[in-house]
Design a protein around this ligand. Structure first.
Ligand code: NIG
Ligand code: FE
Length: 419
């Protein structure tokens, strides 16, 4: 059945044939196309038609259409979360308590907390229970406007437990309508059985885990945590080389706490996205700019929820966009550094802390996240034929009202495949 939402006050990030982009960068991020006094039609899970109400009056109205009144409301592409760690066994609120008493993320990790703590908790949890937790978090994310979600492994750190996490994501794909993407993040931390020997563990990731993950078709992407105390740029290059041969694009956690060449290695490896980027030198920004001079480079992905939660710098989003680069904004939702799926809040943080305009924030949360998942042909904007993942707002004054009311949720419904 066809559904039409009519009398909309506005509709943002509209693309017709003349304005079809896989991502927006630089000044174009603020000029994403808006239609006022608009309608949109969805059928069979796709966007079928849209335009202004005057276009609708003159066109043939399909009989049997379900009509929703969109008066005073906006339609936006639903958010896409291109970076999450949503499969986990237990929250780590005890570590939060310690941090609020002065301990740092690095100190807690060095004492066996952090990622290794999450891995220990996950080892003995059944797939069924992990799936239950994941589906709850996905449903929660949808209430604040998120449709498609990327989910990483990385709390397994053994072949068996990494595959278990990825199987849970595959099972979730069948259990929810929300489009999901799975990323193999075996290179997340060095498990204690390797006694700090990063090279030995990387060898295991590359020669044992990755081939099995690829053979069983468990992942769409591969990722690595490139950071002091975790993995080095040369590990990233080795992993990229192996994953490329298996046809799996690389994403990379780089420059979260230090700028030590992770970004440059990811650029060299032609990574699909470079995520975090809280700590960027002038040279780092120039290198990213250079990577984007001749077409598409790695999509920069900022994770403002992590900056808020760990009290670390925010990715210099304004500087990146002013340098002509694109920017995506994701939640990083995970139990250690960003325990929230709320992309509405990330939108406010992007404005206040990264100095983005509301429109730039919206592009970062939608189209540019689609590009970070190689999925712009399917989602991320309002275009005929794209999947109908849409946000219908409550009555609002204008687009800026959404990030303006920080911590509030002015979303009435999130449509996934038109439902
Ligand atoms: O993206 N930086 C590495 N990984 C996660 C944190 C993982 C954790 O603390 O459990 C992140 O912030
Ligand atoms: Fe992360």
């Amino acid at each position: 059945m066809r559904t039409r939402i009519e009398n909309l006050q506005g509709m943002a990030l509209v693309q017709d044939e003349a304005h079809e982009h896989a991502y927006l960068r630089g000044a174009d991020m603020d000029s994403a196309f808006v239609l006022n006094n608009a309608f949109i039609e969805m059928e069979a899970g796709k966007i079928k038609e849209f335009g202004t109400m005057s276009d609708l009056a003159s066109s043939l109205k399909t009989p049997g259409t379900r009509i929703i009144d969109g008066r005073d409301r906006w339609i936006l592409p639903a958010f896409i979360d291109s970076h999450t760690h949503l499969v986990y066994a237990k929250e780590r609120s005890g570590e939060f308590d310690l941090r609020m008493r002065g301990a740092t993320y690095a100190e807690i990790a060095a004492q066996g907390g952090g990622i290794l703590h999450s891995a220990a908790a996950l080892e003995h949890m059944s797939e069924d229970r992990l799936l239950e937790g994941l589906l709850d978090r996905l449903a929660q994310a949808r209430t604040t406007g998120t449709a498609a979600v990327e989910i990483k492994s990385g709390y397994g750190l053994t072949v068996e437990a990494e595959c278990k996490m990825l199987r849970v994501i595959q099972r979730a794909k069948a259990a929810t309508r929300q489009p999901l993407f799975a990323t193999f993040l075996g290179a997340h931390a060095v498990p204690s059985r390797h006694h700090g020997n990063k090279d030995a563990y990387m060898q295991e990731v590359i020669t044992e885990m990755l081939p099995r993950v690829a053979q069983e078709g468990l992942a769409d992407f591969v990722d690595i945590f490139c950071e002091e105390g975790y993995f080095a740029p040369h590990h990233l290059l080795a992993l990229a080389n192996a994953s490329m041969q298996l046809g799996l694009p690389l994403k990379a956690h780089v420059n979260q706490f230090t700028s030590t060449g992770g970004l440059q290695a990811a650029i060299q490896a032609k990574a699909l996205s470079v995520d975090h980027l809280e700590v960027l030198t002038k040279e780092d920004i120039q290198d990213l700019q250079q990577a984007w001079t001749h077409g598409k480079g790695p999509m920069p992905v900022a994770l403002p929820g992590c900056s808020l939660f760990l009290d670390i710098p925010y990715t210099p989003g304004r500087a990146l966009i002013d340098a002509g680069l694109p920017l995506a904004i994701a939640s990083d939702c995970n139990p250690g550094s960003a325990p929230s799926t709320n992309l509405m809040l990330c939108w406010s943080l992007a404005c206040h802390q990264m100095k983005l305009t509301p429109m730039e924030g919206l592009v970062g949360l939608t189209l540019n996240n689609a590009a970070a998942l190689n999925a712009s042909d399917r989602m991320g904007s309002i275009a005929i034929g794209k999947e109908a993942h849409l946000i219908l707002t409550k009555p609002i004054q204008g687009l800026a009202s959404l990030p303006y009311h920080f911590g509030e949720n002015l979303i009435e419904r999130t449509f996934v495949f038109g439902q």
